[in-house]
Design a protein around this ligand. Structure first.
Ligand code: UDP
Length: 472
């Protein structure tokens, strides 16, 4: 264990994982830890820093946590290189980037942490995303307490955690079977079709290897933090707590839910307030598939067709690069005319702010975990169209367990008629009222968890105490 200095508070070294859905809660976690009196050194990868700076009106200041610091929080901000130049096209060279991330980046982290520790006698500990496969090795080398942060639900954590058990029983890889699994501790029953996409195929790609490795590594973490709420996943969390110190501390939202801090958003946000404010309450469907997933051109075409056939207003985020297409348009004939009147297409938005607008009556979502939590928080029921990774499993929570959403694509392939039908059911009528009633209950659970005596607040304070005890 590293030497401690009783006169100083604990100091978290946080190196963010470079995906949007991980960055948002990780930044929120850093701010929350600092608000509890910890010191934080927060590092974005330098290409992420560059992207954020570019997206936010060419922000040139290096310290993107300046606002937090000026309000008295002890956060130092820095950047770390992944070994490639900032301009390197990581998406086009995905495997090269991943490989380097797995095998070369840990040396950069080692150097970074080594330099930091030797520069002061702070009471450092390491707080890394669970996907950071280097964390245990670095923590061990420098004698640091090792905290792992999981950005997805405990259900998904538990399935990855029990990968060996699932393999022994022949349930992973799934290979198209639909069987009920009832032996994972804390999960009474789950259909294999609801397993994350990385469990579905036998083809083990580099990305699968990284994720599976991450769940070997997490078994040596001293503490695990999870962006979920105890009351939503009681049995799973209790089972995990039998294995390791596991704290549900979610939902990790910004202190002001409607504001985006520049440290979080990778793309410039279009402002849709004026358009939304011109629409009547509950009349607009928000459509977004998050920051990462690609969508087949045919799917976009059918969704647009469903929106064209239906009569609701819609605001649709179509991110640059979301569709791979050769040539020609991606929308059916007549769609552009509709967007002039009742539709708005934008490349990116401040999602929290959009969901909070009273005009929003439903969310057609890919079921990314942040989007699910944000939608529940705003009381907006969902149509679920999961694409890959944990989204498949998150759908189960939203539709089957909490009953706050509808499935899309009941058949083999999504059709415009089904899109139109589901939008109609979601936006108004008896089923819509039921969904709204149920989402109100789940929202209440989130709200209670975040009150002073709520489970997530208490768990956070408990973590703060436990990690301090471990350090001193
Ligand atoms: N988001 C946003 N603007 C958009 C689309 C998404 O700010 O136009 C945010 C959204 O609020 C969420 C995050 O990006 O916090 C996406 O994370 P999520 O877990 O939902 O999905 P992922 O992008 O990881 O698939």
């Amino acid at each position: 264990m590293a030497a401690t200095n009783k006169n100083q508070k604990p100091h978290a070294i946080m190196i963010s994982f470079h995906l949007q859905g991980h960055i948002i809660p990780f930044v929120n976690l850093a701010l929350k830890l600092a608000s509890k009196g910890f010191s934080v050194t927060f590092a974005h990868l330098d290409f992420i820093h560059h992207q954020i700076s570019k997206s936010h009106y060419n922000t040139t200041e290096i310290d993107i946590f300046a606002q937090a610091r000026s309000s008295g929080l002890d956060i130092n901000y820095t950047t770390i290189s992944d070994g490639f130049p900032v301009e390197f096209d990581r998406a086009a060279n995905f495997n090269q980037h991943l490989e380097s991330f797995m095998y070369k980046f840990p040396d950069k982290v080692d150097e970074f942490v080594g330099n930091l520790i030797s520069s002061s006698d702070s009471n450092y500990f390491l707080l890394a995303d669970t996907f950071s496969i280097w964390s245990a090795k670095i923590a061990k080398k420098y004698g640091l307490v090792n905290v792992s942060f999981w950005t997805e639900p405990a259900l998904v954590f538990s399935l990855y955690y029990h990968l060996d058990l699932l393999r022994e029983n022949g349930h992973v890889p799934v290979n198209g079977r639909t069987e009920i699994v009832d032996y994972v501790p804390g999960i009474p029953s789950i259909n294999t079709k609801d397993f994350m996409s990385y469990f579905q195929d036998s083809d083990l790609q580099l990305l699968h290897k990284i994720i599976f490795r991450a769940f070997d590594v997490v078994k040596s973490a001293d503490f695990i933090l999870c962006n979920t709420v105890h009351e939503l996943e009681i049995a799973i969390i209790s089972a995990l707590q039998q294995k390791q110190p596991f704290y549900s501390i979610g939902p990790l939202f910004p202190a002001d839910f409607s504001k985006t801090a520049i440290a979080r958003s990778l793309l410039p946000e279009s402002n849709s307030d004026e358009w939304l404010n011109s629409k009547s309450p509950g009349s607009v469907l928000y459509v977004s598939f998050g920051s990462l997933a690609k969508i087949d051109k045919k799917v976009i075409f059918e969704i647009a067709g469903g929106l064209l056939l239906g009569e609701v207003n819609f605001i649709w985020v179509i991110r640059p690069g979301i569709v791979d297409f050769d040539s020609g348009g991606i929308f059916p004939e007549g769609f552009e005319d509709v967007t002039r009147d009742r539709g708005l297409i934008i490349p990116w938005c401040a999602q929290n702010q959009v969901l909070l607008n009273p005009a929003i009556g439903g969310f057609l979502t890919h079921c990314g975990w942040n989007s699910v939590l944000e939608s529940v928080w705003c009381g907006v029921p969902m149509i679920c169209y999961p694409l890959f990774t944990d989204q498949i499993t998150n759908r189960k929570l939203v539709v089957d367990d909490w009953r706050v959403g509808l499935n899309l694509c009941d058949g083999e392939f999504i059709t415009r008629d089904e899109v139109k039908e589901k939008i109609g059911i979601l936006m108004s009528g008896k089923r819509s009222d039921e969904l709204r009633k149920e989402i109100g209950k789940v929202r209440k659970i989130l709200e209670n968890a975040l009150t002073k005596d709520g489970s997530s607040e208490r768990n956070f304070d408990c973590f703060v105490k436990d990690v301090s005890d471990e350090i001193f």
